[in-house]
Design a protein around this ligand. Structure first.
Ligand code: 5RP
Length: 237
């Protein structure tokens, strides 16, 4: 990641944490931008600028980081509401439809985003696209035993896919739930995200895909203008 990209992520992470109020139940996303947001939250909590917040994490990564920072946590099954969820994304289109799952955490991330009263997405300016999936492949979490069968069905509906392989471990990426990830490319990009989200989730053996449709309430974009990091609130088209 370039230094400029880190500065954009830092700026947007801090801006999102400004929306957190005392007493909130918070959905804590995953990935590098969400990690910066969790760190910003941790410092506001330890300095006493925020009180009585509870986090619901979306990954092992978030759980380790948030507990290290002393952020009180509850599991998803222990809460009946989430006031505000803040998470990153891999691509954002003009209608605020998202591809997520670059960190293979999209199953828990979608559960938290769906439960949240308000879902704020934090990205740097490289994530804004006109059409989803032209540059970033769509992650699909699958049961290990079903990956070949799901891959064949994805192929039938026009998606070429690759099993995501691990780095510094032999074999595939294994998700926090113990499953595998197929990264899918649809020729020409995704034109109808809502329909494709349903279609892929209907394939037996699929746990969840990384299309987040009609979930984002606000998208904050970190950018560098005249060498200075800042944050823009994206306008929905
Ligand atoms: C993880 C995600 C992340 O939010 C997404 O990959 C963006 O990550 P980063 O902030 O590191 O660019 O969906 O599953």
């Amino acid at each position: 990641m370039s230094d400029l990209q880190t500065q954009m992520k830092q700026a947007v992470a801090i801006a999102a944490v400004e929306q957190v109020k005392d007493g909130m139940v918070l959905g804590l996303g995953s990935g590098s931008t969400a990690a910066l947001m969790i760190e910003a939250l941790g410092s506001k909590l330890s300095s006493g600028k925020l009180k009585n917040i509870v986090g619901v994490t979306t990954s092992f990564q978030g759980e380790v980081l948030a507990s290290h920072l002393g952020i009180p946590l509850l599991s998803l099954s222990a809460v009946d509401r989430i006031d505000l969820a803040i998470d990153g994304a891999d691509e954002v289109d003009p209608s605020f439809q998202l591809i997520k799952g670059g960190g293979a955490c999209h199953v828990q991330e979608k559960l938290v985003a769906v439960l949240a009263q308000r879902f704020v997405v934090v990205v740097d300016s490289t994530k804004i696209v006109d059409t989803l999936n032209l540059d970033f492949q769509l992650p699909v979490e699958v049961l290990p035993t079903a990956w070949k069968q799901v891959q064949a069905t994805l192929n039938d509906i026009g998606g070429t896919s690759k099993l995501r392989m691990a780095e510094r471990k032999a074999g595939p990426v294994v998700t926090d739930q113990g499953n595998l990830v197929l990264d899918v490319t649809i020729e020409g990009g995704i034109k109808a995200p809502e329909q494709l989200e349903q279609q892929i989730n209907n394939i037996p053996g699929v746990l969840e895909n990384g299309l987040f449709v009609n979930l984002a309430d606000e998208v904050l974009v970190g950018e560098i203008v005249d060498g200075v990091p800042g944050v823009r609130r994206l306008k929905k088209v």
